[in-house]
Design a protein around this ligand. Structure first.
Ligand code: IPE
Ligand code: IPE
Ligand code: MG
Length: 246
């Protein structure tokens, strides 16, 4: 089944260059099984592996995964601790496999505010996978889009105060250059699992023209087949960017 979908993707041609994913539904997955929320997050790790392998197979160049939002600090301390612990374990356990697959890891978000041990293992993961070229994996950690935009505005104001630029010269390119995502093109496709139809403060600027795909599948159940189905759906769409097509 997965290979047939992959074959169809190849026949269709252009694959989304940058895919972003809001990995949602871990808590509901656990609740449906009478398990603690933590077990849902743990089960979600398998789906992370699936989506990375699927992205490599399909020829996606950049994959951004929303792993922890700025607003997620409002969750119970025990759940946050479990998530940080999982992140640390993921970084340590998967780094060799990611390197073998040719995955280069980056992060966006206020990573400095993560607990020391999680931050250190993520820094090591970034260092360890540097220079790989098959897939760029961007982990959004302690990320919030409004906070990112405020940070960019502050940096622009500081540079204007230093006399490095005229306020009137601040344009879209200047703001874009101050975002965490500056090195990469905007997402072509956003996938949100668990049926929620909202952006939850994720890449608001960057997704101005991103195609949105919502699936009812809960994140721990997400497989590469689901990724391929989303890519096929994307390939059927007509992107206009405000223009008319004949
Ligand atoms: C997504 O699953 C994981 C994170 C936000 C870290 P949730 O934990 O939000 O799962 P639901 O939405 O409660 O089912
Ligand atoms: C978005 O999911 C954040 C991540 C997937 C990391 P949430 O579950 O936190 O979003 P809301 O609360 O449903 O909007
Ligand atoms: Mg959720």
């Amino acid at each position: 089944m997965a290979t047939e979908l992959l074959e169809q993707i190849r026949l269709n041609g252009a694959v989304p260059r940058h895919v972003a994913v809001i990995m949602d539904g871990n808590g509901r997955w656990a609740r449906a099984r009478g398990k603690p929320r933590y077990e849902g997050h743990r089960a979600g790790m398998k789906a992370v592996r699936e989506v990375i392998e699927g992205a490599v197979e399909a020829g996606v160049e950049i994959l951004t995964l929303f792993a922890f939002s700025h607003e997620n600090w409002q969750r119970p301390a025990r759940e946050i601790a479990a998530l940080m612990n999982l992140l640390e374990r993921y970084a340590k356990k998967e780094k060799h496999e990611l390197k073998r697959q040719g995955v280069e890891v980056h992060v966006i978000g206020e990573v400095e505010a993560l607990p020391d041990s999680a931050r250190a293992s993520v820094a090591d993961l970034i260092e360890f996978t540097r220079g790989r070229r098959t897939l760029t994996l961007i982990l959004a950690l302690n990320y919030g889009s409004r906070g990112e935009l405020v940070r960019a505005a502050r940096r622009l104001a500081q540079s204007a105060l230093r006399g490095e630029r005229e306020p009137a010269a601040i344009d879209e390119a200047a703001l874009r250059a101050e975002l965490y995502t500056a090195p990469w093109p905007d997402p072509d496709l956003l996938i949100r699992t668990s049926g929620e139809r909202r952006l939850s403060n994720f890449l608001l600027w960057q997704m101005a023209y991103t195609e949105l795909y919502v699936t009812p599948v809960l994140w721990p159940d997400f497989t590469r087949q689901d990724l391929f189905a989303a890519i096929l759906d994307y390939q059927r769409r007509e992107r206009r960017f405000g223009k008319v097509t004949v």
